[in-house]
Design a protein around this ligand. Sequence first.
Ligand code: PGD
Length: 765
Amino acid sequence: MTTTAWLPHSSHWGAFSARMGTAGLELRPHPADPDPSALLHNMPAALNHRARVAQPMVRRGWLERGPGPDARRGRDAFVALPWDRALDLLGAELARVRDSHGPGAVFGGSYGWSSAGRFHHAQSQVHRFLNMALGGYVRSVNSYSAGASGVILPRIVGTMEDVARRNVTWEAVAEHSEILLAFGGMALKNSAVASGGISRHVERGAMDQAARRGCQFICIGPLRDDLPEEARAEWWPIRPNTDTALMLALAHTLLAENLHDEAFLASHTAGWPVLRDYLLAAPAKTAEWAAGITGIDAARIRDLARRLAGRRSLITVAHSLQRAEFGEQPVWMGLALAAMLGQIGLPGGGYHYALGALGHTGRRSVAVPIAALPQGSNAVRAFIPVARIADMLLHPGEGYDYDGRRYAYPDIRMVYWAGGNPFHHHQDLNRLRRAFARVDTLVVHESAWTATARHADIVLPATLTMEREDIGGAPTDPVLIPMRRLAEPFGQARDDFAIFAALAARLGREHAFTEGRDVQGWLRHLYEPTRAALAERGLPAPDFEDFWNGPGLDLPFAPDDGGILRRFRDDPAGQALHTPSGRIELASEVIAGFGYADCPGHPAWIAPQDVPHAAAPLHLVANQPATRLHSQLDFGATSQAAKRRGREAMRIHPEDAAARGIADGDVVRLFNARGACLATATVSDDVMPGVVHLPTGAWYDPEDAAEDAPLCVHGNPNVLTRDVGTSSLAQGCTGQLTTVEVERFIGNLPPVRAFDPPVPALAAE
Ligand code: PGD
């Protein structure tokens, strides 16, 4: 398929148009985008890459011995099957599990980012299929991004939507903020991405404008580049996972020097006396106390508190801080600090949880609805907090705490995954392998041979977004994109929708799943609410044909009204928050009532257990990568260009490198009690001493898959991270941080084979 016309399309990292030239896919970013993402360049190589899954494949052991626990997952050979045979086998297995164990034995959480189109969104497709065709599934709640904050924020101030999205906008930062204290920074690599797509990357420009006006940006964190150069920021390196102590000391200084806003605390918060007593109680949370914990000089802490007071200050807390042990605490204490400063609800001031964590934050909301695939209703009530998947599979029937209640893990026989990559997103991958060995059947739809696909029993080849038609849109972006097909499907790949429709037919539920619509029928159906809402407002509302043949449809924004926090500031009684007190809760009787030692009733310093020690003396920061979205398109040009010697680059401070005889460009081995991986050292003082930085997303590549804890030769840090929840309250993912040792790798370098497809065991029938 070659096209001369440029056709619109979209991705989570940016809207674009493309045409198929003789040399392959040519891309150009959306014309309105002032700062397009380099992640676009990962896309062309994907279309025909050797890592693509070309045909349905079934694991040999599963085919020969039938469903059942099997430790050979991930090390077995695959057999290529024709589509009909693979679908017949899978349809029969779905029916067997449903009839013998009930739909509650199927885990269809299927967490993952999938791709930008709103109809082919794989996770929505699998949920709809399991609801409509199987009678439900065990689901997961919350996200790997915001596991802790998603649970605690509604209890103390408001929903994620209200606090992380409809809050302070980038326009307000550019215009009003005077000092912006960014815990965990606001790295552009994160705001470059928004699920559903993004037509304008505005963050760099907004920070530049604010800094030129005189706004002072302060980046608190172990990595210098967590704020862009345009912010002209001060960098305050801090010992990882000690931000709560710094916040408490800033609060203590404000209190001790009477710089806090007592009137705001009295009129808009509940629980201030509890927090005040905690600040003063022994050990008092003074700057000296925090200096010993954070590594930041006490005089500087006091000075920072004074700089914050009486100005238009904005406190931001990045997702990364709460993706760690006791991650609820910095989220809560950041809010409390902002409340003491009294700026919450003012333009460009107060508290914005996760500003810059995604391209959805700091934006205005679109005033009309955006397409979303209805998922039906789930008859199974059981669920797990999303990051507890390995616990669930390893400990069926066992109890666990979550958000004030006690639950038991369900007994899962089948795991169904579409649109996510647990061997990217989960922690302690050797433990995850043991967990996946326990189920009867693991099914994965994938476009490429990720480690998750390699561990599956049935692998069904899925099309890439570029190979299908869809609608791209996000509730924070002003353009709805007709996503036109840019290339023919690779090999025998099919759309997830087509796969599920064929399976639903085998279960006698085809019409319930498809409602008699094909892809174009669904796109028309999903477009209609947007069109109708535009027409109702008297705005241009083209019919589907005109939308489909156009470059993208402009959508109106709602006004920048500051959201619920502005309304609450202006009228605390009339516009009360949806918390028990109707106010910002600086102490919560509800949370105190849960009796959790790991999440008490007010923000508190709880010393982490995973701290550097003799066998693992360095902190590892395993954050989001800058060169791909999570693990997606790791084989693409931008991702590959940043690898060194074919492996992920790990940054280490010159002092730590010298102490270990490591030179820039050396291949190193990172290890701890859970596992080990290789990476290539980049020696840099952009990372603070005592910390190494290895981003996530390099595809897991075990040197010898037959071992229990094989060496990952490619640099996936999740072989090292811990699989424990943030606390009994939220049970969120703690993958951002752990502790490791690093050494220069000596010996024969094992090759990277992450992108080589498995060799089929038998020829296709
Ligand atoms: P992706 O790499 O985006 O990671 O975890 P997530 O699983 O979302 O995986 C998406 C997968 O979907 C890819 O393999 C892609 O090929 C596939 N895919 C894309 N489109 C389609 C489609 O149309 N159909 C099908 N069938 N498949 C498709 C991300 C998760 O990782 C997140 S959100 C966070 S915030 C966490 N972050 C961290 C972290 O900071 N540190 C650590 N250590 N670990 C983390 N894990 C989490």
